[in-house]
Design a protein around this ligand. Structure first.
Ligand SMILES: NC(=O)c1ccc[n+]([C@@H]2O[C@H](COP(=O)([O-])OP(=O)(O)OC[C@H]3O[C@@H](n4cnc5c(N)ncnc54)[C@H](OP(=O)(O)O)[C@@H]3O)[C@@H](O)[C@H]2O)c1
Length: 278
């Protein structure tokens, strides 16, 4: 009998790709998010059992972040509900260098359901379809990142590793962490130069202080979001994540894609094709 897969966060950056890749390989996929049927909302655990009934393998992207308050209780509960629903493998997306995320990873790895962690560096797609994509419009990439380097990873590679972990042989993936990054570490100033080159618009990197960053986010999105994002930047951009890993190559047998090709592909996709003159 064929396996039933479910994807939590199926409308997001990784989940959409994971679901598409699974379907392209001929698997049945239950796409889950807050407006799907069945529904899956991290805020409403009373619906989780129905959402996971009959699912064999599960991909989960937790929001807002595994380092946020409440995440440990949510992952504990998810593991329990998944076990009761008969789920045989869970692949959880995690963030590299986050102490709170590490605690959630440990909870899942110690749970009854065999689990894989895909622990990713900052996404290259943050600049094209994520929280930092505004930079291409405003011309300013402002972050409390100093001149730290980050090995930005292509979300297509993250999704490909997750799909391998969902579909591959148990001993290669269960009870394991795949730590995935891009091939090279870049500063945010270097990213701004690449964005300028690929979009054809001037984009400058403006390093900010943490307090200044917190105040700017709080004014737009409120205190809780500001605190979470500031702490995430403070934690993950302190130099601990500078070195790339070989996680993509180890899982997929090929090199990870670099940021420039991600940015270039996004710029090409968003450039309207000129209509031929009649
Ligand atoms: N960005 C990075 O650089 C980075 C790096 C490493 C790890 N991560 C981790 O990536 C995860 C986010 O994954 P992503 O980037 O693939 O997703 P995303 O693009 O941020 O999209 C969020 C997804 O979650 C769904 N969602 C939002 N609120 C929800 C709720 N209350 N209950 C259930 N679903 C909800 C959204 O769908 P609906 O709105 O339709 O419900 C959407 O499918 C976070 O845990 C983050 O820590 C991010």
């Amino acid at each position: 009998m064929s396996l039933e897969f479910a994807v939590i966060g199926s409308t997001g950056k990784t989940g959409r790709r994971v679901a598409d890749l699974l379907e392209a390989r001929g698997h049945r996929v239950r796409r889950l998010a807050r407006r799907t049927t069945p529904v899956f909302d991290w805020e409403h655990p009373e619906h989780w059992a129905a959402a996971l009934q009959g699912v064999d393998r599960l991909y989960a992207a937790y929001v807002p972040d595994l380092a946020a308050p409440g995440s440990e209780a949510a992952i504990t509960r998810l593991a329990e509900v998944a076990h009761e629903a008969g789920v045989q493998r869970i692949v959880l997306l995690s963030g590299r260098g986050e102490d709170g995320a590490r605690r959630c990873e440990d909870i899942l790895l110690a749970s009854t359901v065999p689990a894989t962690i895909v622990r990713a560096s900052w996404f290259a797609q943050n600049f094209t379809e994520g929280v930092l994509s505004d930079a291409a419009v405003t011309g300013v990439l402002a972050l409390p990142a100093g001149d730290v380097r980050e090995p930005f990873v292509d979300v297509d590679d993250v999704a490909a590793v997750a799909v391998e972990a969902l579909t591959g042989a148990g001993p290669d993936h269960e009870h394991r962490v795949h730590e995935v990054t891009g091939p090279e570490s870049l500063t945010f100033a270097e990213i701004a130069v690449m964005l300028s080159e690929t979009t054809g618009r001037e984009i400058v990197y403006v390093p900010m202080g943490f307090d200044e960053f917190h105040a700017a986010i709080a004014a737009e999105d409120g205190e809780d979001v500001a605190t979470l994002l500031t702490e995430l930047c403070r934690e993950t951009l302190d130099g601990r994540n500078v070195l790339p890993t070989d996680g993509v190559r180890a899982a997929l047998g090929r090199a990870p894609r670099g940021v420039r090709s991600v940015l270039a592909a996004a710029a090409t996709a968003s450039t309207p094709t000129p209509t031929p003159a009649s």
